[in-house]
Design a protein around this ligand. Structure first.
Ligand code: GTP
Ligand code: MG
Length: 149
């Protein structure tokens, strides 16, 4: 079963959006298998965003992401990587449709509230970077028959 890494960024935590964001993934039908509130170190964030290290906004991105705790989560389900990205909206909130998380909750790319893995490979890399195996729960979803046929 596919898994993705989702993180509510420090602005989302400060703005008390955690409950509403978690609720969107629950309502969609995805299964929560890992979640923690964590103050990420610069080292972890530089590794997480290593593909962007040559970008002009990289140092700003690292200070934004380390400015407070983030809610790190792993969600599981059919096509969850792609569907979660749709739920997030575009990188720039200005391009994000209403109904998406970024479309509904933010206005600037540098304060865009949430992260989601961009591919199955990125998801695997990010999950192992942020979580230990024993922090991920395998639990029986007793109503999965109402979500999957
Ligand atoms: P993530 O889910 O956070 O990885 O966003 P993304 O996959 O939609 O975009 P990308 O990985 O390209 O960029 C990572 C993050 O860097 C974005 O979510 C923004 O917070 C930030 N970022 C990207 N482009 C810009 C930019 O042009 N300016 C600024 N200030 N921040 C940017
Ligand atoms: Mg990205």
């Amino acid at each position: 079963n596919e898994r993705t890494f989702i993180a509510i960024k420090p602005d989302g935590v400060q703005r008390r959006l955690v409950g509403q964001i978690v609720q969107r993934f629950e309502k969609k039908g995805f299964k929560l298998v890992g979640m923690k509130l964590i103050q990420a170190t610069e080292g972890l964030l530089k590794e997480h965003y290593t593909e962007l290290r040559s970008k002009p906004f990289f140092s700003g991105l690292i200070s934004y992401m380390s400015s407070g705790p983030v809610v790190a989560m792993v969600w599981q389900g059919l096509d969850v990587v792609k569907m979660a990205r749709k739920m997030l909206g575009e990188t720039n909130p200005a391009d994000s449709l209403p109904g998406t998380i970024r479309g509904d909750y933010c206005v600037e790319v540098g304060r865009n509230v949430i992260h989601g893995s961009d591919s199955v490979e990125s998801a695997q890399r990010e999950i192992s970077l942020w979580f230990r195996e024993n922090e991920l729960q395998c639990w029986e979803d007793t109503h999965s028959h109402w979500i999957y046929n």
